[in-house]
Every structure is written in structure tokens, then in C-alpha cells.
Design a protein around this ligand. Structure first.
Ligand code: ATP
Ligand code: MG
Ligand code: MG
Length: 608
């Protein structure tokens, strides 16, 4: 658990004990396919899967598409949701497949059994509404949307009965039939539960059950022109699937009485058999970002970002493309924990989970983001020298890599401070405080190789250094400090010029400038950070990275041929570019030019 920040109130969770009966504990993750999944959904996925796993081997978690509103839903969203859930649960224990055989390949996933869809139950949900009408518990209303709003009352004022509330059962059944048969216009009628227009809970003031929508549905096509409301279909679908614990976010707390009302009325009809229970938990809110599909759609449509999977997006596809490992996201969700207290979590907490995970799993390599040429004037060799160095300092099993060394090298421009040039002048003839790397007429150690001495700086017409002429100290090879020599404090990375490969690196910063985007102006787009992407086109990487990249591209091609559900992603090739941060391969990579995304810096350097 991340400890609460100062001034943040922590409500104790009402701990109702979970009753364990002989029914297997069953949860579900039920997104509406009206957008891509985001970090908030990761919390819901993790929670639902974790609860089910707690009750292994019987616990189950279902995957459900809550597809009751065809105006906003489509196949692209369905596909992305299933892909994202597969990804975030990658390499976790599967639930035992005790259910009937899986007929479709697309149905396979980390969830229990097939993918459920609320639309599979449209006929049953229709029958349920009809039964309520027959029992006098529902009616067809014909008020206009505006009138309906007026009749609903407010939080402080009770609503009043619609004049259509007293229609006879026959009249209601007849109208419902007409609605179903497509004989009515959208908005002409609506089916409502008959509960209490004076209830202090607005959700109990005759909530809608079915509305008319002359729209094609991604799964049921033109079979239906009336569609059930979320609040009505949810308890029915939960019951049909045998969900025992319907975990949802806190905004549904006030909807729970209607959830229970629906079950109370329908269980005696025999149309449904099981009684699920709704339990609420708090939403995940993150500072410096937005987590709402409506807002994320806006970012995509207004081209603030390049798409749903832009690495700056808090979507799961964006996080994946950026290179966040699914293990890091799961660790984050576990640390955030579950409670009923609303809070804003620091993005830094997520970044720390990514660092921890990637430190353990990422290979090390040398990359130069802004190259400065170095020539070793006393280089004797006719061919290159090679250093065998570890891919990971603490993990021998990851093996070694070969780093070539020669007369022509590149180092990071920022690892040299031109004390004798305009840079030094601008700084009052002093080096920056704490600067331990290379200066004119001074030494630095090239990691794994030699100590070099900078003898001469070649500058362009603006005084910008373009080449350093250096000599190497042969007796310092491979980390040795000879007796009597003063230890060189600065150690920097480098690449050999003729074997280094050019690559493009995207460096990302936060997408928003403020903690709660839109808080000041009411429009979150006002707070977009204009400098959230820096593209470096002339970076250089050591040859081992280029080799790994080619191997990865081949692996991805083979995997695509197999049409497997266990997709391999470019970002699974990830490195700690030494001293620069964690980076992952981007799908824009070609065999000629790798593209890397910076996942996260080495340390939290973000200045507020
Ligand atoms: P949005 O507000 O972004 O549209 P939603 O709640 O409408 O999200 P659904 O597709 O209905 O999205 O969500 C599926 C599940 O994910 C629900 O159980 C919902 O409660 C949960 N969920 C959505 N957002 C969050 C969040 N920020 N934190 C935790 N759980 C969330
Ligand atoms: Mg929604
Ligand atoms: Mg929803």
C-alpha cells in the first residue's frame, strides 16, 4: 500500500465479511466497448482477477463485454479490450478450464471460460422487462425527454408520477411489443420500473429499463431496435453468469438499491436463479493525467496525440507501446490497493514500479543520444578491439555482449564540458557544480575500456565543439587503475563510430502540465503540456542492440504468421541505456533504423 499523503483522509473500509458458500467465488471484468482501456481499468482488472485467484482452485473471473449501447460501441474497441486484458494478465496463472469447450479461438484468454457479452442475453433481459410489466412493476412511459427530466425532481425535491404510470398491463405489453417490432420512433416511449417517484434516492425514481434505438449492434446486428439500460441489464447478466461478487466503482453505490430491487423482483419469476452481490471500491485517479474514456477520445480525435496507443496516453495500449511491462502495472495496482477512499495517486508511484521491474529484467547497453565525436590519436590497432561485458550487472544468466572499441568513438555531448569555449565563458570560466565528467586537458574513464585524456577541442564557427582529440592510457585497460595514478572519478558510456547503428529515440514527458488537468479553466485541453515529446533523430546504439532488434523483428514476423493470441510486442525488447534511462523498441522500427521510446528515466527527476 502507498501510504496516504498528508492531509488526505483515509476512510476505514466497511468490512462486511465475504460469505463463502459452496458456490465458486466468481467475479467479472465488464467494460463497455466504447473506448480503449486505461490505467483505471487496470485496477479493476487486477482487483477482479486477484479476488478470484484468492479462492483458487475454484475462484473464477469472467471477461464480459457490457455492450448495451450500440451508438458508442464498435468492433475496434472490442478487439482492443480483449487484447489489453490478455496483455495485462500476461504470464499469470490461468484459471482451470472446467467450463464447456471453448468454441472460438478469440475467446481464449487469461479469464475463465469464454468471453461473455451482455448482448448474448438480450432476449432474456427483454423477457425480464416483460415479466416486470406483467407483474405491474414496470410500465411504458411516453413523456418527452425534457418532461421526464422535469418529473424526476431534484436531489432535494421529490419527483412526481408520470400520467402514463397508470397504463394497464395490456396497454403496456402492447406498446412494448410495438417498440420491439420497430413501430415506434426513438424517444417516443421508454420502459420504466415502477418504484417510487418520491424516493430520496433519485436512482429509485422509476429508472429506465429499455429504450428505442434504431441502430445496428456490433454483435446482434439489426435484430434489436430496443436496448436495455446498464442498471437493468447488469444485475441480470451478473446472475446469468453466476457472478457472486459484482465489484464496481463507488459511483454505483447509489445504484445498488435498484440492483437489489431488480433481483428481488426477478428471482421469484424463475427467469434468473442466482443472486449476485454488488460491492463498491474507489476509482483510481492519477495526478497529471486524465482517466476517462470521454476525455481520452477527445485527445485522439483532436489529434493532441497520435492515437490511442500514443506512448504518452494513459491507455493500456499506450503504456504497452511505451514499454511499461505488464508486471509493473500489476505491481502498481497491488500497491495502490483497494479501499473506499477516493484519492489521487502520484504518477511517480507508477514510474517507480516501472523502474523496479525494468531494473531487474532489462539488458544494459550503450546509447548516445546527442553524439560528440572523439578521436583516439594514439590508437595503435589496425582492427577493432572487443570487450566482453555483462548484459546485466547482477544477472549472469543474461550472458555477455560484445562491445567493439577503436580509434573513432562517440560520447554523449553532455558528458563533455567545454571549459575553454563559449560554454565555459557563459558559466564564468568555471565548470558546473559537481561536474565529474570530461573537461579539456582532463581525464575520464570510458566504461569497460580505457581512461582517456582530452588534448584538443575542435570547434565549429559558433564555438560548438565538434570533435575531441584524445589519447588513451593503455595501462588503464578494462577498469584497471595502475599504482600511483590518481583514480579517475568520471565514468561515461561511448560507442565505436564504425559499428554503431543510427537510431531514433522518442523522449516523453507528462502529457499535462497540472496535477488535475482542467481544474482551473474547466477544459482539460488547456493544460496539455506542449513539450511532452522530444524526438532525437541521430542517436547511436552499440551493435548488440541492432542485432537484438533484428532478432526481435524476426520473432514478431513468425508470431504474426502463427496468428497466435499470445502476441509478441516490439516493446518487449527493452534496455537500460546506461546512465540514460529505460527504453523499449517502438513498432515504427524498420530493419534499417530502430526506434526506441524512453519508458522512464533512471531516477525521478521531474521538477514540479
Ligand atoms: P470511463 O469513465 O472511463 O468511461 P467506465 O467506468 O465507464 O469508465 P467501463 O467500461 O464501464 O468504464 O468500466 C469497466 C470496469 O472498470 C467497471 O467495473 C469500472 O467500474 C472499472 N473502472 C473504470 N474506470 C476505473 C477507474 N478509474 N478506477 C477503477 N476502476 C475503474
Ligand atoms: Mg462509461
Ligand atoms: Mg461504465
Amino acid at each position: 500500500e502507498i501510504p496516504p499523503k498528508e492531509g488526505e483522509e483515509v476512510k476505514e473500509e466497511e468490512s462486511e465479511p465475504i460469505e463463502i458458500s459452496n458456490v465458486p467465488i466468481t467475479t467479472r471484468f465488464p467494460p463497455e466497448p466504447n473506448g480503449y482501456l486505461h490505467l483505471g481499468h487496470a485496477k479493476a482488472v487486477s482487483f477482479n482477477f486477484a479476488v478470484a485467484r484468492m479462492f483458487a482452485p475454484d475462484g473464477r473471473c469472467h471477461m464480459r463485454l457490457d455492450d448495451t449501447n450500440p451508438s458508442k460501441e464498435n468492433q475496434e474497441y472490442i478487439d482492443s479490450i480483449l487484447e489489453d486484458v490478455r496483455w495485462i494478465q500476461k504470464n499469470t496463472e490461468p484459471f482451470s478450464i472446467a467450463e464447456p469447450a471453448l468454441d472460438k479461438k478469440e475467446d481464449e484468454g487469461p479469464w475463465f471460460g469464454k468471453v461473455h457479452k451482455t448482448s448474448d442475453s438480450f432476449q432474456l433481459i427483454y423477457d425480464c422487462a416483460k415479466a416486470l410489466i406483467e407483474n405491474g412493476d414496470a410500465y411504458v412511459d411516453s413523456l418527452s425527454a425534457e418532461e421526464m427530466k422535469e418529473y424526476r425532481g431534484t436531489l432535494t425535491e421529490p419527483g412526481k408520477d408520470s400520467p402514463y404510470r397508470t397504463r394497464t398491463v395490456e396497454e403496456n405489453l402492447d406498446l412494448f411489443e410495438k417498440m420491439k417490432n420497430g413501430e415506434c420512433a426513438e424517444g417516443e416511449h421508454i420502459v420504466r420500473a415502477k418504484i417510487d417517484m418520491a424516493s430520496p434516492n433519485v436512482n429509485m425514481r422509476d429508472p429506465a429499463l429499455f429504450r428505442i434505438k434504431h441502430e445496428s449492434h456490433p454483435c446482434t446486428g439489426d435484430e434489436w431496435c430496443i436496448y436495455p439500460m446498464y442498471d437493468f441489464s447488469h444485475p441480470i447478466q451478473d446472475s446469468v453468469e453466476g457472478i457472486t461478487h459484482s465489484l464496481c466503482t463507488l459511483e454505483f453505490e447509489d445504484h445498488r438499491p435498484f440492483y437489489d430491487w431488480t433481483l428481488d423482483k426477478l428471482l421469484p419469476t424463475g427467469l434468473i436463479q442466482a443472486r449476485p452481490r454488488q460491492i463498491e471500491f474507489s476509482r483510481l485517479n492519477l495526478k497529471y493525467t486524465v482517466l476517462s474514456k470521454r476525455k481520452l477520445i477527445q485527445l485522439v480525435e483532436e489529434k493532441v496525440v497520435s492515437g490511442w496507443d500514443d506512448p504518452r496516453m494513459p491507455t493500456l495500449s499506450g503504456m504497452r507501446r511505451r514499454g511499461c511491462p505488464p508486471e509493473a502495472l500489476r505491481l502498481f495496482c497491488e500497491r495502490v490497493g483497494i479501499s473506499k477512499a477516493d484519492s489521487f495517486i502520484d504518477v511517480g508511484d507508477l514510474e517507480n514500479c516501472i523502474r523496479e521491474t525494468m531494473d531487474d529484467t532489462s539488458m544494459r547497453a550503450f546509447a548516445i543520444l546527442k553524439p560528440l565525436k572523439v578521436t583516439i590519436t594514439n590508437w595503435q590497432g589496425s582492427s577493432l578491439e572487443e570487450f566482453e561485458v555483462p548484459r546485466h550487472p547482477k544477472k549472469e544468466e543474461m550472458g555477455d555482449r560484445t562491445v567493439p572499441f577503436g580509434k573513432h568513438l562517440y560520447i554523449e555531448r553532455e558528458d563533455f564540458f567545454d571549459l575553454e569555449g563559449p560554454e565555459g565563458e557563459a558559466n564564468g570560466g568555471r565548470k558546473p557544480k559537481g561536474f565529474k565528467r570530461l573537461l579539456p586537458n582532463d581525464k575520464v574513464r570510458l566504461k569497460y575500456a580505457y581512461v582517456i585524456h582530452c588534448d584538443e577541442v575542435i570547434r565549429d564557427e559558433n564555438g560548438e565543439p565538434i570533435e575531441l582529440k584524445c589519447t588513451l592510457l593503455p595501462e588503464t585497460r578494462a577498469g584497471v587503475t595502475p599504482e600511483g595514478m590518481k583514480r579517475v572519478k568520471g565514468i561515461i558510456q561511448w560507442v565505436e563510430a564504425n559499428t554503431a547503428i543510427k537510431c531514433k529515440i522518442n523522449q516523453y514527458d507528462r502529457l499535462f502540465k497540472t496535477e488535475e488537468p482542467g481544474k482551473a479553466t474547466g477544459n482539460f485541453l488547456d493544460d496539455v503540456n506542449p513539450d511532452s515529446l522530444e524526438v532525437l533523430d541521430d542517436c547511436l546504439i552499440e551493435p548488440s542492440v541492432a542485432m537484438d532488434t533484428l532478432g526481435m523483428l524476426a520473432k514478431i514476423r513468425n508470431n504474426e504468421k502463427e496468428d497466435s493470441n499470445d502476441k509478441i510486442y516490439h516493446s518487449e525488447l527493452a534496455y537500460q541505456f546506461e546512465r540514460m534511462g529505460y527504453f523499449a523498441l517502438d513498432p515504427e522500427t524498420t530493419s534499417g533504423k530502430p526506434v526506441f521510446n524512453r519508458v522512464v528515466t533512471l531516477r525521478d527527476t521531474w521538477a514540479v
